[in-house]
Design a protein around this ligand. Sequence first.
Ligand code: NDP
Ligand code: 8X3
Length: 251
Amino acid sequence: MKTAFITGASSGFGEATARALAKDGFKIIALARRKERLETLAREFKEQIHTIALDVRDKEAVFEAVENLPSEFKAIDILVNNAGLALETQKFDELALEDIETMVDTNIRGFLYVARAIIPLLRKQKSAYIFNLGSVAGVNPYFGGNVYCGTKAFVRQFSLALRNDLRGSNIKVTNIAPGLCKTEFSEVRFKGDKKKADELYENTKYLSAEDIAKVICSILTLPDHININELELMPVTQTWNGLFVEKGQAL
Ligand code: NDP
Ligand code: 8X3
């Protein structure tokens, strides 16, 4: 039985991927801060799931949890490094310092702590897989995206560069870069303003968390010699906005 370590497993992509892989017979290590949410998963999948309630920004806690994994969960085949968030859509110079720090500390530092703690375990396997959750925001610099776009550009470039370091190891790495997808993401971004979050998804078709889980599961069925470096996906309703030109600006 293979084992997947999934961060952000209490909601959205992480939870959907945990469910999909558990249904496919994987053992799951499900990590997030909200213990109650993880316990719901654990009740459903019983001994197939080990839960870890912690904040990925807590370096010591991340390394300690990985060090103290139960022996039956120590052989990790798949890492889904997914926990992350965006906060607000203000201009960078209006953004609260605390929000800037939370995004950088979660999407970059916490993400790296998890990768650094898990990769030595993946190296012990005959073959293994890392899925990093990037975003279309990593290549599309949209208005109000500033720090979030930067963190996802980091995830993208790190994912590609990591492939070099893992040369010869049979560990694959894919940067998954989704577009508009309805999860808790926008509610978190707008700090609980559900109305504002829902407006984004009104009268259009968006991706679902289950769509992302399907993409991850289908990549896992590909022949061993194929590495998908990056996979960008959007709903068919979403396209790019083009470059912006300011009219009437005095120069
Ligand atoms: P959700 O808000 O639904 O899920 C985010 C998950 O991350 C939750 O399980 C949350 O759990 C966890 N998380 C957040 N901060 C921390 C932390 N400090 N420590 C541990 N866990 C944390 O969002 P999505 O599922 O949509 O997002 C998952 C990833 O995909 C993110 O990296 C996001 O940036 C990215 N993404 C999302 C898109 C979208 O449109 N939804 C599109 C492209 C990329 P808890 O609060 O319990 O800790
Ligand atoms: C989430 C998608 O376009 O809101 O990464 O940044 S977007």
